[in-house]
Every structure is written in structure tokens, then in C-alpha cells.
Write a protein that binds this ligand. Sequence first.
Ligand SMILES: *[C@@H]1O[C@H](CO)[C@@H](O)[C@H](O)[C@H]1NC(C)=O
Length: 198
Amino acid sequence: MYSTLNRLNHLSSLATTYILILLGLISISSLITLPTVNIGKVDIKDLIVGRLRRWGAKEEDLATLRFDVRTDLNPLLNSYNTKQLFLYLTATYAEPTGDVHDVVLWDRIVTRADMRDFRAVTKKNQAQPARGKRGRGNVRLEEVKNKYPWKQPSGSFKGVATANFTLHYDLMPYVGLLSSGVAATARGPINIPEVIKR
Ligand SMILES: *[C@@H]1O[C@H](CO)[C@@H](O)[C@H](O)[C@H]1NC(C)=O
């Protein structure tokens, strides 16, 4: 003879087991159908290296830039298991000594709900959406400034000729493992300009 409480307990533990099995299946199937992204384009604009001179502090170079991005992340958003995306732009460059740096210049979390705003970043595109390019995941960023300061540990960009720019994504699923990849890149290395003295 079971009491009502016992029955409830049994039922709820059964339900938990089914849910766990279901979640396991979802995470396995989303691993198998890992989406692939066509790598889009990053345009670097107005890359400037200035020299900061502050009273009593060491002189220091500071690089600033703006960038445009065009890429199609629909394959990532079409999965029901996609909770959010983490996008970040890095500059990768080598010092004359051979040390390679990977610097994060900008990032943004994109949730499902965000996607509509994200597309609306470009007013031009909003008014006249490109034919055949509709969809929530068409990322159009224009004239975005770097969010994090880009400095050198040595204080100077001397001897750094070029940098590669890459927009990465991390896909955070509701269930299962995080996966990452490249969403867009600049076409080839970008020249680092001469320092502007202020
Ligand atoms: C930058 O990209 C080029 C290919 O476009 C590659 O040959 C070079 O090694 C890259 N530089 C760094 C520092 O990763």
C-alpha cells in the first residue's frame, strides 16, 4: 500500500529519469549536427596608433579602430538548442621577438531575443533588406569602435608590421557542450600604421 506521497515521489523520480534521457539525446544530436558557418568579412577602418603622454607616467602607444562585419550566422540560430552566441573580435600579431599576441578588442553576447536588434544595426539595410538575405542571423555591423583598449605590454607598437583580425563565436546551447568557430575574418593581414604623436 502506497501513500499518496510515495506515489508522488515515484512519479517525480520517473519523470526526472525521462527528462535526463531526453536531455542526453538532445545534446548528442546537437553534437552530431554541429552547424557550419560560411566565414564572413571583417573590414578594418580608421586604424590609428597614438602615443599617450600623461604627466608622471610612461609614454604608451594606444591603437584604436572601427570595423564593419558582414556574416551569416543563421546556421547557428536555426538550431532549437542554441541559447546564445558570444561574439568577439581579436587582433593576432607577432612581436619582432617572435611572441604572438591574441588581443580581444570587442565582444557581444547575442541572445535569441537580441537577434532582431542585431540586424537593425544598419539603418540602410533595415529600410531596404537585401533580397535573399533575410533571416535573423544576418549580422551587419557598421563603424563599430573597439570596446577594449589595445596596448602593447612593452608600451610600443614599434616593429609590429601587421595584424590579423578575426571575429570568433562561441555557441552556448541549452543542453550540451559549448562549441566555437570563426564567424568572419579580415581579408589578409592589416598594416599597423605609424604612431601619431600628440
Ligand atoms: C596572419 O595571417 C596570415 C595569412 O593570411 C598568416 O600567414 C600569418 O601567419 C598570420 N599571422 C599571425 C601572427 O597569426
